[in-house]
Design a protein. Structure first.
Length: 306
């Protein structure tokens, strides 16, 4: 595709915002309502491309506005949990200013260059939908069984398309939630100013995260007390799937594994590794006599026997 569309694709992968959902244009035309399914998302994106191709700026604006996520802070916390959800929502809100303009140029460029065939994929829990390793890296972090979707737009007769991650069905429409990285650990809204209280008052530390240190896998391995060996799923063996799965684990101050996040690896294998590692237990780690959380990576290698 052209340079302009390629540039804005990067912007869109990290952009997002919220707004009230428009129901009709100034002329009174009602926007279609699509079902919560892959076919529904395909139809919604197809309608958007058709408006861009027709040069209908007013309708295109209404359709683009419908992609905006209502109440992103609530949605991200519900789907990804309090800590990861707050950080991801902050990134989403922080990038909201460029979303509509970026999408307008992106879809206009796609339509002008002949991209018109839309494929939508739905991902429920687990490996249903056959997510790629990169897609599963995000999907596995969901704390609630909320379906998420991806879109690929193809140019007729071409073998390569343009993809957009991720969408979710919220408030009667598909909303763009972005290409996510819930592994990040930081302030809820990057760059936002915090409410200022009495500078002389004692600080409230009740909500602070425990201190963390990063420990190499080989060093943390020596502190294992209980270890469950990851299974080799029969489904993966039957499909000839092998390779390495790498996860990141956060070990609590009590030595128990608090969270496991997939960094890389095929979905079927990653599920088995995640399930096993969650049951591991370590000796607690102390720094200056105080317990701390440990962040470490764990690799599991799967090889089919000959």
């Amino acid at each position: 595709m052209g340079k302009a569309a390629a540039i804005f694709l990067f912007t869109l992968l990290v952009a997002g915002a919220w707004a009230q959902e428009p129901r009709q244009s100034a002329a009174g035309s009602v926007l279609a309502v699509y079902p919560e399914s892959s076919e529904g998302l395909r139809a919604q994106i197809t309608e958007l491309l058709e408006a861009a191709k027709a040069g209908d700026g007013e309708r295109l604006g209404l359709l683009l506005n419908r992609l905006l996520l209502p109440s992103p802070a609530e949605w991200f916390r519900e789907v990804f949990g309090e800590t990861a959800g707050a950080v991801t929502a902050g990134d989403h809100i922080h990038s909201q200013q460029n979303m509509i303009a970026g999408f307008r140029q992106f879809f206009t460029a796609l339509s002008s260059e002949g991209f018109s065939k839309v494929e939508a994929r739905r991902f429920d829990q687990g490996c249903k939908g056959n997510p790629s390793a990169e897609e599963y890296r995000v999907l596995s972090r969901r704390q609630q069984p909320i379906p998420m979707y991806t879109v690929i737009v193809w140019r007729r007769g071409k073998s390569r398309g343009q993809s957009l991650w991720f969408f979710a069905y919220v408030g009667g429409a598909f909303r763009y939630v972005g290409k996510l990285d819930p592994l990040k650990r930081g302030p809820a809204v990057p760059g936002a100013s915090e409410p200022q209280g009495d500078p002389g008052a004692p600080s409230d530390t009740s909500h602070r995260l425990p201190p963390q240190i990063r420990v190499e896998e080989k060093d943390q391995q020596t502190k294992l007390i209980e270890q469950v060996t990851p299974a080799y799923p029969y489904a993966a063996q039957g499909l000839g799937i092998q390779g390495t799965v790498q996860v990141q684990a956060i070990i609590g101050t009590d030595g128990r594994v608090r969270t496991v996040e997939v960094l890389s690896g095929e979905c079927l294998l990653a599920e088995a590794v995640t399930a096993a590692v969650r049951k591991w237990r370590y000796q607690p780690t102390l720094v200056n006599g105080q317990p701390v959380e440990v962040v470490t990576t764990i690799a599991a290698i799967y090889r089919l026997s000959r």
